[in-house]
Design a protein around this ligand. Structure first.
Ligand SMILES: *Cc1c(COP(=O)(O)O)cnc(C)c1O
Ligand SMILES: [Zn+2]
Length: 408
């Protein structure tokens, strides 16, 4: 099973034991799981994947769980990498794919991180877990905690999409709605953790969610036959997916599975909450708190990402960039793409379609490049947001095909 050896602080490099629950390092830095990759290299090869399970646990040697019986799975991962042919043709691109994470359990890629975190909670003997969430992470924690028989406490801003509230309640979580932002929710979770009421599974404060998310990178390489694309567009809230993918690329190079070439990593944010875009273009090493953050792309409403310094480093090291788009642009792009490709993206994923058009227009990306867009979730979880851009059927032409008909 796992080749996990220990955890190491991403700031001060201090190391921590693998057999105990951990949150942040004493210095406040996030911890990163370390593996004996030299050993994995001799005992596991990418050809073995032909017989591996068709979910993210196919990469078990580079995931942290040591007891197979501790794995809590609902079938997350191995989502399709869909060639976006009609969109590519419209934009004059040769090779464009959409990695469709909407097909995961609970409808978003948050399932990967929480499958891994909840499995580790089982392995480490934790009983109660709490999470601050913009919506989808709460739903995923609730589902995996239910599957594991653990207690889940979800703290969400009161204006989360209805689907997120509903799914958390349906999965049996204790849900607290907060009149504030995800940062306020995070503070409440931290206080309860300090009081011993639960373990804090905030992203990056809990070291294994990012390990689940890193399978986004392994899968992409495998699905593209170990030839990474030229550019990756990723809807960035906390940026954990970017951090995870970047780690996966480094691990795969150490395993001899890929070479040193890396895609340009592009962080896409919403105009109403763009701390990463601002810090990137100012040349800052970290983000400033984004005041009054608001966007319908709720997964992107993170005013001050904990791993901001790592995200900014990755964007710069990869020759990538950061770009923001407006809510109206991303919702309209989401509806247009659904009719064009048969894929109903979440608003976060739809933001990447707009970003792609802008980066082609300004020359940052060129039509000959191989480009991958991450659609992090399904559009079906965002009924309220998309409804604002579609006329109600009752308001379209009554008694006509394509409108409302009163049968006689
Ligand atoms: C959480 C979330 C994001 C942002 O993910 P990070 O990796 O933390 O940046 C993007 N899209 C959706 C749908 C999300 O739920
Ligand atoms: Zn440290």
């Amino acid at each position: 099973m796992t080749a996990l050896t220990h955890l190491e602080c991403t700031r001060c490099r201090r190391s921590y034991d693998r057999g105990k629950p951990h949150n942040l390092c004493e210095c406040g830095g996030p911890l990163a799981a370390q593996y004996d990759l030299a050993k994995v290299r001799t005992s596991w090869s990418r050809e073995w994947l032909a017989n591996a399970p068709s979910n993210m646990w196919r990469y078990a040697p580079v995931l942290p769980v040591s007891q197979p019986s501790a794995i809590v799975t609902l079938g997350e991962g191995m989502t399709p990498l869909v060639p976006a042919r009609r969109l590519a043709a419209r934009l004059g691109l040769e090779q464009l794919w959409i990695k469709d994470e909407g097909l995961n359990p609970t409808g978003t890629f948050k399932a990967r991180g929480l499958a891994c975190a909840v499995s580790m909670a089982v392995e480490l003997g934790l009983r109660a877990l709490a999470i601050p969430s913009a919506g989808n992470a709460g739903g995923a924690l609730a589902a995996y905690a239910a599957a594991a028989g653990l207690e889940a406490h979800v703290f969400m801003p009161q204006d989360v999409p209805q689907a997120n509230f509903l799914e958390c309640k349906a999965y049996g979580a204790r849900v607290t709605l907060v009149d504030g932002l995800i940062s306020d929710c995070a503070r409440l979770v931290a206080e309860g953790a300090a009081a011993g009421r639960w373990f804090d599974v905030s992203s990056l404060k809990e070291p294994y969610r990012v390990e689940g998310k890193k399978t986004l990178g392994y899968e992409l390489a495998e699905q593209l036959r170990w030839q990474l694309p030229d550019a990756i567009l990723y809807p960035t809230g906390g940026g954990v997916g970017l951090i995870g993918m970047w780690k996966a690329f480094a691990e795969m190079e150490e395993l001899g599975w890929i070479g040193p070439r890396r895609p340009k990593m592009v962080a896409v944010q919403a105009a109403g909450c763009q701390p990463v875009v601002e810090a990137f273009h100012r040349g800052d090493p970290a983000c400033r708190y984004w005041e009054n953050a608001w966007t319908v792309a709720s997964g992107l409403r993170v005013p001050k990402p904990l791993g901001d310094f790592l995200v900014l480093e990755i964007l710069r090291a990869s020759g990538g960039t950061a770009i923001a788009v407006s809510d109206a642009e991303l919702l309209d792009a989401g509806l247009r793409l659904a009719a064009e490709e048969g894929l109903f993206l979440c608003p976060e994923g739809a933001a990447c379609i707009v970003a792609l058009e802008k980066l082609l227009a300004n020359g940052f990306l060129s039509p000959a490049e191989r480009i991958v867009i991450y659609n992090t979730g399904t559009g079906l979880k965002y009924a309220e947001a998309y409804s604002t851009r579609l006329p109600r059927w009752a308001e379209t032409e009554p008694d006509k095909l394509g409108g409302l008909i009163t049968p006689r």
